[in-house]
Design a protein around this ligand. Structure first.
Ligand code: PRP
Ligand code: URA
Length: 208
């Protein structure tokens, strides 16, 4: 299965606090930002560099900078917005696109309602971010949208995944790595991840 779990004690600690139903929206947002920075560290390990020498006060350092244009971060609204700040802290020169999707209450299939992507997306590595990978419908739709806009190189960053969702993305986009903090047991009859953390958008924005 094409899922890379970031197996780090600090990530697991913060994820456990975040899953706890007593965690209020402000702490939920802070924890999601902190975990995203750690997931982002793992997810960006393959970004290309170009060499650059700089003069330090003491000598010449043979360094390297990220190749321009820098990546695009594409959150899936709403809950993906909770991962933007963490990604921007490690990639402050990234650009941010947005995709609006919601799950139809009856069919649980994704419905698109908004799209705003950088025009030069074909030149950037794209990080699609969404905390929940449940049936995989939203993630697959988001990847399809960025691909149709020209993206060639895409990584999916999530917090909690269900095996069903990983399978769907894997089958449709075997070249898209999926990086997350946990692979949970299963989906329930409402297509919520078990044990998961509930509705990520509601917990982020206090709309429970
Ligand atoms: C949630 C979540 C994902 C989607 C995952 O969004 O943020 O986008 O569900 O489910 P899937 O893998 O079965 O598609 P939701 O539709 O609840 O919208 P919201 O973020 O606006 O609340
Ligand atoms: N969306 C969520 O926010 N949580 C789930 O468990 C599944 C879909």
């Amino acid at each position: 299965m094409h899922f890379q779990r970031v197996d780090h004690p600090v990530v697991q600690h913060k994820l456990t606090l975040l899953r706890d139903q007593r965690t209020r929206p402000k702490d939920f947002r802070d924890l999601l930002t902190e975990i995203t920075m750690l997931l982002g560290y793992a997810a960006t390990s393959g970004l290309p560099l170009r060499p650059l020498s700089v003069q330090t006060p003491v000598g010449i350092a043979e360094g390297a900078l990220l190749v321009d244009p820098q990546p695009a971060i594409v959150p899936v609204l709403r809950a993906g917005l909770g991962m933007v700040e963490g990604m921007l802290r490690i990639l402050p020169a990234a650009t941010v696109g947005h995709i609006g999707l919601y799950r139809d209450p009856k069919t649980h299939a994704p419905v698109e309602y908004y799209q705003n992507l950088p025009p030069d997306i074909d030149r950037r590595h794209v990080f699609v971010v969404d905390p929940m990978l449940a049936t995989g419908g939203s993630a697959a739709a988001a990847i399809s949208i960025v691909r149709s806009a020209g993206a060639r190189s895409v990584t999916l960053l999530c917090l909690v995944a269900a095996p069903e969702g990983v399978r769907v993305v894997d089958e449709q986009y075997p070249d898209v790595p999926i990086i997350g903090a946990a692979l949970d047991e299963r989906l329930n009859e409402h297509d919520y991840i078990v044990p998961g953390l509930g509705d990520a958008g509601d917990r982020l924005y206090g709309t429970l």
